[in-house]
Design a protein around this ligand. Structure first.
Ligand code: AKG
Ligand code: MN
Length: 214
Protein backbone atom coordinates (compact mmCIF):
# COMPACT_ATOMS: atom_id res chain seq x y z
CA UNK A 1 0.00 0.00 0.00
CA UNK A 2 1.45 3.41 -0.88
CA UNK A 3 2.41 5.74 1.94
CA UNK A 4 0.26 8.82 2.21
CA UNK A 5 2.63 11.68 2.79
CA UNK A 6 1.26 15.00 3.96
CA UNK A 7 3.81 17.68 3.15
CA UNK A 8 2.89 20.90 4.88
CA UNK A 9 5.01 23.68 3.41
CA UNK A 10 4.68 27.45 3.38
CA UNK A 11 1.18 28.62 4.16
CA UNK A 12 -0.35 31.74 2.73
CA UNK A 13 -3.05 32.28 5.32
CA UNK A 14 -2.58 33.34 8.91
CA UNK A 15 -3.80 30.03 10.26
CA UNK A 16 -3.69 26.60 8.74
CA UNK A 17 -5.60 23.48 9.74
CA UNK A 18 -3.73 20.28 8.88
CA UNK A 19 -5.92 17.79 7.06
CA UNK A 20 -4.89 14.65 8.95
CA UNK A 21 -7.24 11.79 9.90
CA UNK A 22 -7.72 11.16 13.66
CA UNK A 23 -6.00 14.44 14.49
CA UNK A 24 -6.78 18.08 15.19
CA UNK A 25 -3.71 20.13 14.36
CA UNK A 26 -3.60 23.85 13.67
CA UNK A 27 -0.60 26.02 12.75
CA UNK A 28 0.05 29.76 12.93
CA UNK A 29 3.33 30.48 11.07
CA UNK A 30 3.78 34.01 12.45
CA UNK A 31 2.21 33.83 15.88
CA UNK A 32 4.98 36.20 17.01
CA UNK A 33 6.44 38.69 14.50
CA UNK A 34 10.14 38.20 13.77
CA UNK A 35 11.50 40.90 16.13
CA UNK A 36 9.38 39.73 19.07
CA UNK A 37 10.42 36.14 18.41
CA UNK A 38 14.13 37.17 18.38
CA UNK A 39 13.69 38.96 21.68
CA UNK A 40 11.90 35.99 23.27
CA UNK A 41 14.57 33.58 22.05
CA UNK A 42 17.40 35.47 23.82
CA UNK A 43 15.35 36.10 26.95
CA UNK A 44 14.33 32.47 27.38
CA UNK A 45 17.83 31.23 26.56
CA UNK A 46 19.18 33.50 29.37
CA UNK A 47 16.47 33.06 31.98
CA UNK A 48 16.02 29.28 31.86
CA UNK A 49 17.79 26.88 34.20
CA UNK A 50 18.68 24.32 31.59
CA UNK A 51 19.37 20.74 32.50
CA UNK A 52 20.15 17.63 30.54
CA UNK A 53 17.97 14.81 31.75
CA UNK A 54 18.51 11.11 31.71
CA UNK A 55 15.83 8.74 30.49
CA UNK A 56 15.65 5.00 30.96
CA UNK A 57 14.84 3.10 27.78
CA UNK A 58 14.71 -0.72 28.00
CA UNK A 59 16.59 -0.56 31.32
CA UNK A 60 19.44 1.55 29.94
CA UNK A 61 20.14 5.14 30.97
CA UNK A 62 20.65 7.78 28.28
CA UNK A 63 21.22 11.52 28.33
CA UNK A 64 18.45 13.24 26.34
CA UNK A 65 19.83 14.81 23.12
CA UNK A 66 18.73 18.35 24.12
CA UNK A 67 18.49 20.54 27.23
CA UNK A 68 15.18 21.16 28.95
CA UNK A 69 13.30 22.75 31.82
CA UNK A 70 9.89 21.96 33.23
CA UNK A 71 7.85 24.92 34.50
CA UNK A 72 4.61 24.69 36.44
CA UNK A 73 2.94 24.94 39.84
CA UNK A 74 4.76 23.70 42.95
CA UNK A 75 2.46 20.64 43.31
CA UNK A 76 3.34 19.34 39.90
CA UNK A 77 5.76 16.58 39.19
CA UNK A 78 5.90 15.43 35.63
CA UNK A 79 6.84 11.91 34.62
CA UNK A 80 8.43 11.38 31.23
CA UNK A 81 9.98 8.10 30.11
CA UNK A 82 10.29 6.83 33.70
CA UNK A 83 11.78 10.10 34.85
CA UNK A 84 10.18 12.65 37.18
CA UNK A 85 10.91 16.33 36.76
CA UNK A 86 10.34 18.90 39.50
CA UNK A 87 8.55 22.03 38.33
CA UNK A 88 10.43 25.36 38.14
CA UNK A 89 8.54 28.60 38.86
CA UNK A 90 6.84 30.75 36.20
CA UNK A 91 8.76 33.81 34.99
CA UNK A 92 7.07 37.01 33.75
CA UNK A 93 8.28 36.15 30.22
CA UNK A 94 6.68 32.72 30.26
CA UNK A 95 3.44 33.97 31.83
CA UNK A 96 3.08 36.60 29.10
CA UNK A 97 3.53 33.94 26.38
CA UNK A 98 1.06 31.64 28.14
CA UNK A 99 -1.56 34.41 28.23
CA UNK A 100 -1.11 35.24 24.56
CA UNK A 101 -1.50 31.58 23.59
CA UNK A 102 -4.56 31.18 25.82
CA UNK A 103 -6.19 34.20 24.14
CA UNK A 104 -5.53 32.66 20.73
CA UNK A 105 -6.63 29.10 21.47
CA UNK A 106 -9.29 29.55 24.17
CA UNK A 107 -7.61 26.90 26.32
CA UNK A 108 -6.04 27.27 29.78
CA UNK A 109 -2.56 25.86 30.41
CA UNK A 110 -0.83 25.33 33.75
CA UNK A 111 2.60 24.08 32.74
CA UNK A 112 5.22 24.26 30.01
CA UNK A 113 8.05 21.97 28.96
CA UNK A 114 10.90 23.98 27.39
CA UNK A 115 13.38 22.24 25.11
CA UNK A 116 16.63 23.72 23.82
CA UNK A 117 18.08 22.09 20.70
CA UNK A 118 21.63 23.46 20.82
CA UNK A 119 22.31 22.59 17.17
CA UNK A 120 21.22 20.14 14.49
CA UNK A 121 22.68 17.19 16.41
CA UNK A 122 20.01 17.65 19.12
CA UNK A 123 16.68 15.97 18.49
CA UNK A 124 13.51 14.52 20.01
CA UNK A 125 12.61 10.84 19.38
CA UNK A 126 9.25 9.43 18.32
CA UNK A 127 6.65 9.80 21.09
CA UNK A 128 3.13 10.97 21.90
CA UNK A 129 2.35 13.43 24.66
CA UNK A 130 -0.06 10.97 26.25
CA UNK A 131 1.05 10.71 29.88
CA UNK A 132 -1.90 10.10 32.26
CA UNK A 133 -1.30 13.49 33.93
CA UNK A 134 -2.36 15.17 30.67
CA UNK A 135 -5.84 13.61 30.70
CA UNK A 136 -7.56 11.64 27.89
CA UNK A 137 -7.42 14.27 25.11
CA UNK A 138 -4.42 16.49 25.80
CA UNK A 139 -4.26 19.98 24.33
CA UNK A 140 -0.63 20.82 23.49
CA UNK A 141 0.34 24.32 22.30
CA UNK A 142 3.85 24.37 20.87
CA UNK A 143 5.77 27.62 20.30
CA UNK A 144 8.96 27.46 18.23
CA UNK A 145 11.78 30.01 18.37
CA UNK A 146 15.10 29.98 16.50
CA UNK A 147 16.17 27.64 13.72
CA UNK A 148 13.31 26.07 11.76
CA UNK A 149 13.23 22.31 12.26
CA UNK A 150 11.20 19.53 10.67
CA UNK A 151 8.27 18.20 12.68
CA UNK A 152 7.39 14.67 11.59
CA UNK A 153 4.22 12.82 12.47
CA UNK A 154 3.24 9.20 11.94
CA UNK A 155 -0.06 7.43 12.63
CA UNK A 156 0.21 4.77 15.36
CA UNK A 157 -2.09 2.22 13.71
CA UNK A 158 -2.14 3.03 9.97
CA UNK A 159 1.51 2.94 8.97
CA UNK A 160 0.72 4.51 5.58
CA UNK A 161 -0.14 7.86 7.21
CA UNK A 162 2.74 10.30 7.68
CA UNK A 163 3.17 14.05 7.81
CA UNK A 164 6.10 16.44 7.66
CA UNK A 165 6.24 20.19 8.12
CA UNK A 166 8.72 22.87 9.13
CA UNK A 167 8.19 24.68 12.44
CA UNK A 168 9.21 28.28 11.79
CA UNK A 169 10.66 30.96 14.09
CA UNK A 170 7.74 32.49 16.04
CA UNK A 171 5.21 29.84 14.98
CA UNK A 172 2.53 28.17 17.08
CA UNK A 173 1.35 24.58 16.55
CA UNK A 174 -1.74 23.38 18.39
CA UNK A 175 -2.60 19.70 18.82
CA UNK A 176 -5.82 18.52 20.44
CA UNK A 177 -8.55 15.85 20.38
CA UNK A 178 -7.38 12.41 19.24
CA UNK A 179 -3.95 13.62 18.02
CA UNK A 180 -1.90 12.19 20.91
CA UNK A 181 -3.81 8.90 21.10
CA UNK A 182 -3.49 8.25 17.33
CA UNK A 183 -0.23 9.91 16.26
CA UNK A 184 3.41 10.14 17.30
CA UNK A 185 5.72 13.03 16.51
CA UNK A 186 9.46 13.71 16.48
CA UNK A 187 12.15 16.25 15.64
CA UNK A 188 14.89 14.55 13.61
CA UNK A 189 18.54 15.57 13.68
CA UNK A 190 19.47 17.98 10.94
CA UNK A 191 22.89 18.98 9.61
CA UNK A 192 24.04 22.57 10.18
CA UNK A 193 21.02 23.81 12.18
CA UNK A 194 21.64 26.57 14.72
CA UNK A 195 19.90 26.79 18.11
CA UNK A 196 16.17 26.31 18.59
CA UNK A 197 13.90 26.67 21.62
CA UNK A 198 10.51 24.97 21.76
CA UNK A 199 7.90 25.49 24.45
CA UNK A 200 5.01 23.03 24.78
CA UNK A 201 2.24 24.42 26.98
CA UNK A 202 0.20 21.69 28.63
CA UNK A 203 -2.54 21.16 31.21
CA UNK A 204 -1.73 18.82 34.05
CA UNK A 205 -4.88 17.31 35.55
CA UNK A 206 -4.62 17.20 39.33
CA UNK A 207 -6.76 14.08 39.72
CA UNK A 208 -5.87 12.00 36.69
CA UNK A 209 -6.45 8.64 38.40
CA UNK A 210 -3.25 7.13 37.06
CA UNK A 211 0.01 6.33 38.82
CA UNK A 212 2.36 9.18 39.65
CA UNK A 213 5.45 8.63 37.56
CA UNK A 214 8.89 8.25 39.03
O1 AKG B 1 10.48 20.52 19.76
C1 AKG B 1 9.34 20.30 19.36
O2 AKG B 1 8.83 20.95 18.43
C2 AKG B 1 8.51 19.20 19.96
C3 AKG B 1 8.80 18.98 21.40
C4 AKG B 1 8.02 17.82 21.93
O3 AKG B 1 7.44 17.05 21.21
C5 AKG B 1 7.90 17.61 23.38
O4 AKG B 1 8.58 18.28 24.16
O5 AKG B 1 7.10 16.75 23.77
MN1 MN C 1 5.88 15.94 22.25
Amino acid sequence: MPTKQFQHGIFESQTHVLQLPDAEVEYWPEFYPNDDANHLYSKILDETQWRQDTVTVYGKQHLTPRLSCWVGEPWMDYSYSNHTMKASAWSATLLAIKQRIERQTGDAFNSVLINYYRDGADSNGWHSDDEPELGPQPVIASLSLGAARDFKMRHKFDKTLKSSMSLEHGSLLLMRGATQSHWQHHIPKRARASGRINLTFRTIVADHGGPKGG
